[in-house]
Design a protein. Structure first.
Length: 199
């Protein structure tokens, strides 16, 4: 024996808001009804749920229109991500769904990171197309261009200054510690013993 209820909220594994389903009496009595997930399928509740279902359909239709507009905005974007390259032409790191999510956020487009349908990180230079799964089956294609960063400019070799003269071209210098010869002046007195006047 089953109890017929009408869901007032989306319940995973059972159905969506407004669906009329049959469940075990204990499940309805102990879980769905006390928690406000469902109502018994009486004549009054059926009318009430039909009104709720109509509002749900209108809301979902508006959400789908909004999602289609967001999808068009995403499709017009061009995401360019610059990455560093190794010596053998391999990328350092990869482009992840988080990078694409951050790009969309900077453009004012709010999506959940799980909606970025990137099976594996991008690890190659070039153009890639990434699906963005929005609500109610609406999806957008984002063009992602992965480009290599330009290597830093190498410093130009500086011109060497004038050649210093070789040792043989330099004037001879007295050896360290050697006394320089003292030139005698013609009018200088003759040297004598200390205290002795010159003759």
């Amino acid at each position: 024996m089953h109890t017929e209820v009408i869901l007032t909220k989306n319940v995973q594994g059972l159905g969506a808001e407004g669906d009329k389903i049959a469940v075990a009496p204990g499940y309805a009595r102990n879980f769905l009804l006390p928690r406000g997930f469902a109502k018994l399928a009486t004549e009054a509740s059926v009318k009430h749920i039909e009104a709720l279902k109509k509002k749900r359909d209108e809301r979902e239709a508006a959400e789908k229109v909004a999602a289609e507009q967001v999808a068009q905005s995403i499709s017009r974007l061009a995401c360019s991500i610059t990455v560093k390259m190794g010596a053998q032409g391999k990328m350092f790191g990869s482009v992840t769904s988080g990078d694409i999510h951050d790009f969309l956020a900077k453009q004012g487009i709010t999506v959940d990171r799980k909606q970025v349908a990137l099976e594996r990180p991008i690890q190659q230079i070039g153009e890639h197309h990434v699906a963005i799964n929005l609500v109610h089956g609406v999806a957008a294609q984002l063009k992602v261009q992965v480009v290599a960063a330009e290597p830093p400019p190498t410093a130009a070799p500086t011109e060497r200054g004038p050649r210093r003269p070789e040792r043989r071209d330099r004037p001879e210098r007295p050896e360290r510690g050697a006394r320089r010869p003292v030139e005698k002046r013609a009018d200088a007195p003759a040297a004598g013993k200390p205290g002795q006047k010159p003759k």
